[in-house]
Design a protein around this ligand. Structure first.
Ligand SMILES: Cc1cc2nc3c(=O)[nH]c(=O)nc-3n(C[C@H](O)[C@H](O)[C@H](O)COP(=O)(O)O)c2cc1C
Length: 170
């Protein structure tokens, strides 16, 4: 099975979850930034797990990223990789499965995963599991204790679910 975990992450929380999901998936699954997950890498992918932070109650917009980048901050964001939105706009057609996740503050309305799910379904991927949420304890993080363990377990569950998909199609 070829599985990739793609993430957008400005302060590292989503990247940490992505790496834990990839560990759980095993079989050489890798966590990739939006520029590492190039169209070439996305060829013949059986499972794509994609994640982003919730910013301003939604999947970060490029406008929001610009305004974050323009504001002076003691916790500077990493804006060196394209947004998940722009990655979704250019991801090639696929025929594998997908699952989405977000990192967020527990009480916030809105979310990022609907936009991710829509983007992947639009290019032909089919859902494998419902979206997952991983919590931070403050505006910039850190992740709540135990979240990376939950992410690793989810990754392992996704791998098992993919075994079922593969045996169905053989
Ligand atoms: C400017 C800003 C806006 C945010 N807006 C929201 C929000 O609307 N809802 C939410 O749940 N969390 C919000 N957060 C918290 C982030 O979603 C959280 O820190 C996330 O884990 C960041 O992910 P990253 O470290 O991968 O960039 C916001 C954080 C910042 C700095």
């Amino acid at each position: 099975m070829k599985a990739v975990v793609v993430y957008e992450s400005l302060w590292g929380n989503t990247a940490r979850i992505a790496r834990a999901v990839a560990e759980g998936l095993g079989s050489g699954a890798q966590a990739l930034s939006t520029d590492e997950a190039s169209p070439d890498v996305m060829k013949d992918v059986d499972l794509v797990v994609a994640g982003a932070p919730v910013l301003g109650f939604s999947l970060p917009t490029d406008k929001m990223r610009e305004s974050i980048g323009a504001s002076p901050s003691t916790t500077p964001p990493d804006l060196s990789h394209p947004s998940m939105r722009s990655w979704l706009d250019s991801v090639p057609k696929g025929s594998g499965r997908f699952a989405a996740f977000e990192t967020r503050i527990w009480w916030s309305p809105g979310g990022a995963t609907k936009g991710i799910e829509r983007g992947l379904a639009r290019v032909g991927y089919e859902p494998l599991d419902h979206a997952h949420r991983f919590m931070v304890t403050g505006r910039y993080g850190p992740l709540r204790e135990g979240e990376t363990d939950l992410a690793r377990t989810w990754g392992a569950d996704l791998a098992k679910a993919m075994d079922g998909v593969t045996s169905e199609t053989v």
